[in-house]
Design a binder for this molecule. Structure first.
Ligand code: AMP
Ligand code: MN
Ligand code: MN
Ligand code: MN
Length: 280
Protein backbone atom coordinates (compact mmCIF):
# COMPACT_ATOMS: atom_id res chain seq x y z
CA UNK A 1 0.00 0.00 0.00
CA UNK A 2 1.37 3.39 -0.93
CA UNK A 3 1.85 6.22 1.53
CA UNK A 4 -0.30 9.34 1.39
CA UNK A 5 1.28 12.77 1.44
CA UNK A 6 -0.08 16.27 2.12
CA UNK A 7 2.77 18.77 1.88
CA UNK A 8 0.95 22.12 1.80
CA UNK A 9 -1.47 23.56 4.36
CA UNK A 10 -1.93 26.50 6.71
CA UNK A 11 -2.49 26.79 10.45
CA UNK A 12 -3.64 29.68 12.62
CA UNK A 13 0.05 30.70 12.80
CA UNK A 14 -0.64 32.22 9.34
CA UNK A 15 -3.98 32.46 7.53
CA UNK A 16 -5.38 29.02 8.32
CA UNK A 17 -8.09 28.69 10.96
CA UNK A 18 -7.09 25.53 12.83
CA UNK A 19 -4.10 25.28 15.20
CA UNK A 20 -1.35 22.79 14.21
CA UNK A 21 -2.62 20.22 16.71
CA UNK A 22 -6.04 20.04 15.04
CA UNK A 23 -4.48 19.90 11.58
CA UNK A 24 -2.37 16.92 12.59
CA UNK A 25 -5.44 15.04 13.87
CA UNK A 26 -7.41 15.97 10.76
CA UNK A 27 -4.60 14.83 8.46
CA UNK A 28 -4.35 11.52 10.32
CA UNK A 29 -8.10 10.93 10.19
CA UNK A 30 -8.05 11.60 6.43
CA UNK A 31 -5.44 8.94 5.80
CA UNK A 32 -2.32 11.10 5.54
CA UNK A 33 0.95 9.34 6.44
CA UNK A 34 3.46 12.13 5.78
CA UNK A 35 2.49 15.70 6.51
CA UNK A 36 4.05 19.16 6.17
CA UNK A 37 2.77 22.43 7.63
CA UNK A 38 3.59 25.32 5.25
CA UNK A 39 2.49 28.55 6.89
CA UNK A 40 3.03 31.78 4.95
CA UNK A 41 6.38 33.39 5.86
CA UNK A 42 6.32 31.82 9.33
CA UNK A 43 8.01 28.88 11.09
CA UNK A 44 6.63 29.30 14.58
CA UNK A 45 3.89 26.68 14.17
CA UNK A 46 6.37 23.94 13.31
CA UNK A 47 7.27 22.82 16.83
CA UNK A 48 3.61 22.37 17.84
CA UNK A 49 2.97 20.65 14.52
CA UNK A 50 5.86 18.21 14.95
CA UNK A 51 4.80 17.33 18.48
CA UNK A 52 1.19 16.76 17.39
CA UNK A 53 2.29 14.74 14.36
CA UNK A 54 4.42 12.45 16.52
CA UNK A 55 1.51 11.98 18.90
CA UNK A 56 -0.86 11.18 16.03
CA UNK A 57 1.59 8.79 14.37
CA UNK A 58 2.32 10.93 11.31
CA UNK A 59 5.71 11.52 9.71
CA UNK A 60 6.38 15.25 9.87
CA UNK A 61 8.24 17.36 7.29
CA UNK A 62 9.14 20.98 8.03
CA UNK A 63 7.54 23.44 5.62
CA UNK A 64 7.00 27.10 4.77
CA UNK A 65 5.37 29.07 1.94
CA UNK A 66 7.48 32.11 1.12
CA UNK A 67 6.00 35.15 -0.64
CA UNK A 68 8.21 36.53 -3.40
CA UNK A 69 7.98 39.25 -6.03
CA UNK A 70 9.19 38.31 -9.50
CA UNK A 71 8.87 40.77 -12.43
CA UNK A 72 6.38 42.67 -10.29
CA UNK A 73 4.15 39.66 -9.62
CA UNK A 74 3.54 37.82 -6.35
CA UNK A 75 4.57 34.17 -6.47
CA UNK A 76 4.77 31.57 -3.69
CA UNK A 77 7.75 29.30 -3.12
CA UNK A 78 7.28 26.38 -0.76
CA UNK A 79 10.26 25.13 1.23
CA UNK A 80 10.26 21.54 2.50
CA UNK A 81 12.44 19.49 4.83
CA UNK A 82 14.85 22.20 6.02
CA UNK A 83 16.45 23.14 9.34
CA UNK A 84 13.92 25.47 10.94
CA UNK A 85 16.63 27.09 13.10
CA UNK A 86 18.74 28.26 10.15
CA UNK A 87 19.49 31.95 10.89
CA UNK A 88 19.28 33.30 7.31
CA UNK A 89 15.88 31.64 6.85
CA UNK A 90 14.59 32.71 10.26
CA UNK A 91 15.76 36.32 9.81
CA UNK A 92 14.58 36.60 6.21
CA UNK A 93 11.07 35.50 7.18
CA UNK A 94 11.02 37.94 10.12
CA UNK A 95 11.63 40.77 7.62
CA UNK A 96 8.72 39.57 5.48
CA UNK A 97 6.41 39.50 8.48
CA UNK A 98 7.36 43.08 9.40
CA UNK A 99 6.56 44.10 5.81
CA UNK A 100 3.13 42.51 6.25
CA UNK A 101 2.43 44.74 9.27
CA UNK A 102 3.33 47.88 7.31
CA UNK A 103 1.23 46.75 4.35
CA UNK A 104 -1.73 46.01 6.64
CA UNK A 105 -1.76 49.67 7.80
CA UNK A 106 -1.91 50.74 4.15
CA UNK A 107 -4.70 48.26 3.37
CA UNK A 108 -6.62 49.77 6.30
CA UNK A 109 -6.18 53.25 4.78
CA UNK A 110 -7.39 52.09 1.35
CA UNK A 111 -10.45 50.43 2.88
CA UNK A 112 -11.11 53.58 4.90
CA UNK A 113 -11.21 55.56 1.65
CA UNK A 114 -13.92 53.13 0.54
CA UNK A 115 -15.94 53.77 3.71
CA UNK A 116 -14.85 50.72 5.71
CA UNK A 117 -13.18 52.03 8.86
CA UNK A 118 -10.89 50.50 11.51
CA UNK A 119 -10.39 47.33 9.51
CA UNK A 120 -6.84 46.85 10.83
CA UNK A 121 -8.26 46.47 14.33
CA UNK A 122 -11.05 44.35 12.88
CA UNK A 123 -8.64 42.05 11.07
CA UNK A 124 -6.56 41.70 14.24
CA UNK A 125 -9.55 40.04 15.93
CA UNK A 126 -9.03 37.17 13.46
CA UNK A 127 -5.26 36.96 13.93
CA UNK A 128 -4.13 34.23 16.31
CA UNK A 129 -0.41 34.93 15.83
CA UNK A 130 0.32 38.67 16.19
CA UNK A 131 3.49 38.19 14.12
CA UNK A 132 1.57 37.36 10.95
CA UNK A 133 -1.22 39.41 9.40
CA UNK A 134 -2.62 38.50 6.00
CA UNK A 135 -5.19 39.81 3.55
CA UNK A 136 -7.21 36.73 4.52
CA UNK A 137 -7.69 38.18 8.03
CA UNK A 138 -9.07 41.41 6.54
CA UNK A 139 -11.34 39.36 4.29
CA UNK A 140 -12.69 37.27 7.18
CA UNK A 141 -13.50 40.42 9.13
CA UNK A 142 -15.16 42.07 6.12
CA UNK A 143 -17.33 39.01 5.47
CA UNK A 144 -18.41 38.90 9.10
CA UNK A 145 -19.44 42.58 9.13
CA UNK A 146 -21.49 42.00 5.98
CA UNK A 147 -19.29 43.64 3.33
CA UNK A 148 -19.35 40.53 1.15
CA UNK A 149 -20.70 37.00 0.77
CA UNK A 150 -17.46 35.11 1.22
CA UNK A 151 -13.68 35.49 1.00
CA UNK A 152 -13.64 35.21 -2.76
CA UNK A 153 -16.24 37.96 -3.06
CA UNK A 154 -14.17 40.26 -0.82
CA UNK A 155 -10.95 39.50 -2.71
CA UNK A 156 -12.51 40.00 -6.11
CA UNK A 157 -14.09 43.32 -5.17
CA UNK A 158 -11.45 44.87 -2.86
CA UNK A 159 -8.28 42.95 -2.05
CA UNK A 160 -7.09 41.16 -5.20
CA UNK A 161 -4.45 42.67 -7.44
CA UNK A 162 -5.86 45.65 -9.32
CA UNK A 163 -8.78 46.13 -6.91
CA UNK A 164 -9.17 49.37 -4.94
CA UNK A 165 -7.78 48.16 -1.60
CA UNK A 166 -4.88 46.23 -3.15
CA UNK A 167 -1.53 47.52 -1.90
CA UNK A 168 1.40 46.56 -4.14
CA UNK A 169 4.09 44.98 -2.04
CA UNK A 170 7.73 44.03 -2.44
CA UNK A 171 8.21 40.55 -1.02
CA UNK A 172 11.45 38.53 -1.04
CA UNK A 173 13.27 37.97 -4.33
CA UNK A 174 13.24 34.55 -6.00
CA UNK A 175 16.96 34.30 -5.31
CA UNK A 176 16.49 35.05 -1.59
CA UNK A 177 13.67 32.55 -1.14
CA UNK A 178 15.50 29.73 -2.91
CA UNK A 179 18.77 30.45 -1.10
CA UNK A 180 17.10 30.64 2.33
CA UNK A 181 15.49 27.24 1.72
CA UNK A 182 18.44 25.46 0.13
CA UNK A 183 20.86 27.10 2.60
CA UNK A 184 18.83 25.48 5.37
CA UNK A 185 19.13 22.10 3.64
CA UNK A 186 15.61 22.09 2.17
CA UNK A 187 13.97 21.61 -1.19
CA UNK A 188 12.51 24.69 -2.95
CA UNK A 189 9.18 24.04 -4.68
CA UNK A 190 7.11 26.37 -6.90
CA UNK A 191 3.69 26.52 -5.22
CA UNK A 192 0.58 26.10 -7.42
CA UNK A 193 2.16 27.27 -10.72
CA UNK A 194 -1.27 27.23 -12.38
CA UNK A 195 -2.36 30.23 -10.32
CA UNK A 196 0.06 32.80 -11.78
CA UNK A 197 -0.76 35.11 -14.64
CA UNK A 198 2.42 34.72 -16.66
CA UNK A 199 2.83 34.34 -20.42
CA UNK A 200 4.40 31.17 -21.85
CA UNK A 201 7.69 33.00 -22.31
CA UNK A 202 7.59 34.39 -18.76
CA UNK A 203 6.87 30.91 -17.37
CA UNK A 204 9.81 29.52 -19.32
CA UNK A 205 12.16 32.21 -17.97
CA UNK A 206 10.77 31.73 -14.47
CA UNK A 207 11.22 27.93 -14.41
CA UNK A 208 14.72 28.17 -15.92
CA UNK A 209 15.78 30.84 -13.44
CA UNK A 210 14.29 28.90 -10.52
CA UNK A 211 16.22 25.83 -11.64
CA UNK A 212 19.51 27.72 -12.08
CA UNK A 213 19.13 29.12 -8.56
CA UNK A 214 18.75 25.60 -7.13
CA UNK A 215 14.97 25.09 -7.20
CA UNK A 216 14.16 21.40 -7.57
CA UNK A 217 10.40 20.84 -7.62
CA UNK A 218 6.97 22.19 -8.54
CA UNK A 219 3.54 21.44 -7.15
CA UNK A 220 1.56 19.31 -9.57
CA UNK A 221 -1.44 18.12 -7.57
CA UNK A 222 -2.73 20.91 -5.32
CA UNK A 223 -6.07 22.19 -4.09
CA UNK A 224 -5.29 25.28 -6.17
CA UNK A 225 -5.16 23.34 -9.49
CA UNK A 226 -7.93 21.86 -11.60
CA UNK A 227 -7.57 18.19 -12.64
CA UNK A 228 -6.57 19.40 -16.13
CA UNK A 229 -3.75 21.32 -14.50
CA UNK A 230 -2.55 18.16 -12.66
CA UNK A 231 -1.80 16.68 -16.10
CA UNK A 232 -0.43 19.93 -17.50
CA UNK A 233 2.05 20.52 -14.67
CA UNK A 234 3.08 16.85 -14.57
CA UNK A 235 4.30 17.45 -18.13
CA UNK A 236 5.96 20.72 -17.12
CA UNK A 237 7.77 18.97 -14.24
CA UNK A 238 9.16 16.31 -16.56
CA UNK A 239 10.01 18.81 -19.28
CA UNK A 240 12.17 20.92 -16.91
CA UNK A 241 13.46 18.01 -14.83
CA UNK A 242 11.64 19.06 -11.66
CA UNK A 243 10.40 16.68 -8.99
CA UNK A 244 6.67 16.89 -8.24
CA UNK A 245 5.00 17.81 -4.95
CA UNK A 246 1.42 17.71 -3.75
CA UNK A 247 -0.66 19.32 -1.03
CA UNK A 248 -4.20 20.45 -0.34
CA UNK A 249 -3.39 24.12 0.49
CA UNK A 250 -6.05 23.65 3.16
CA UNK A 251 -6.94 26.83 5.12
CA UNK A 252 -10.27 26.06 6.81
CA UNK A 253 -13.24 23.73 6.69
CA UNK A 254 -15.60 26.49 5.54
CA UNK A 255 -13.30 28.16 3.04
CA UNK A 256 -11.26 25.47 1.33
CA UNK A 257 -12.42 23.51 -1.71
CA UNK A 258 -10.12 20.58 -0.94
CA UNK A 259 -9.77 19.23 2.60
CA UNK A 260 -6.51 17.99 4.12
CA UNK A 261 -5.48 14.65 2.66
CA UNK A 262 -8.27 14.60 0.09
CA UNK A 263 -6.26 14.95 -3.13
CA UNK A 264 -5.72 12.21 -5.72
CA UNK A 265 -2.22 10.70 -6.00
CA UNK A 266 0.45 12.22 -8.21
CA UNK A 267 0.40 11.07 -11.84
CA UNK A 268 2.60 7.97 -12.26
CA UNK A 269 5.00 9.56 -14.73
CA UNK A 270 6.47 12.21 -12.36
CA UNK A 271 9.28 11.84 -9.83
CA UNK A 272 7.80 12.61 -6.38
CA UNK A 273 9.77 15.06 -4.24
CA UNK A 274 9.73 12.59 -1.34
CA UNK A 275 11.92 10.15 -3.28
CA UNK A 276 14.74 12.44 -2.23
CA UNK A 277 13.90 11.72 1.42
CA UNK A 278 13.87 7.94 1.04
CA UNK A 279 10.13 7.35 0.62
CA UNK A 280 9.01 5.25 -2.32
P1 AMP B 1 -1.37 37.70 1.56
O1 AMP B 1 -0.26 36.68 1.62
O2 AMP B 1 -1.60 38.40 2.87
O3 AMP B 1 -1.22 38.67 0.42
O4 AMP B 1 -2.71 36.90 1.30
C1 AMP B 1 -2.76 35.93 0.31
C2 AMP B 1 -3.73 34.84 0.73
O5 AMP B 1 -5.04 35.25 0.46
C3 AMP B 1 -3.55 33.56 -0.04
O6 AMP B 1 -2.60 32.73 0.58
C4 AMP B 1 -4.93 32.94 0.03
O7 AMP B 1 -5.05 32.19 1.22
C5 AMP B 1 -5.85 34.14 0.13
N1 AMP B 1 -6.53 34.45 -1.14
C6 AMP B 1 -6.00 35.03 -2.23
N2 AMP B 1 -6.93 35.20 -3.18
C7 AMP B 1 -8.08 34.71 -2.67
C8 AMP B 1 -9.42 34.57 -3.15
N3 AMP B 1 -9.78 35.00 -4.36
N4 AMP B 1 -10.34 34.01 -2.33
C9 AMP B 1 -10.00 33.58 -1.11
N5 AMP B 1 -8.76 33.68 -0.59
C10 AMP B 1 -7.82 34.24 -1.36
MN1 MN C 1 -3.20 31.63 2.35
MN1 MN D 1 -0.07 30.15 -2.07
MN1 MN E 1 -0.78 28.03 0.61
Amino acid sequence: MSLHFDLHCHSSFSDGVLPPEELALRAKSHGVDVWALTDHDELNGLSDARRAAQKAGLDFITGVEISITWIGKTIHIVGLNFDENNPALVNGLATLRQGRKDRARMIDARLSDLGMHHTYEGALQYVANPELISRTHFARYLVDIGEGRDLNDIFSRFLAEGKPAYVPHQWATLEQAVSWITGAGGVAVVAHPGRYHLSDVQFDVFFNTFKELGGEAIEVVTGSHTPDQYAQYANVANQYGFMASMGSDFHSVKESRIDLGMLPDLPKKVVPVWKKWGYV
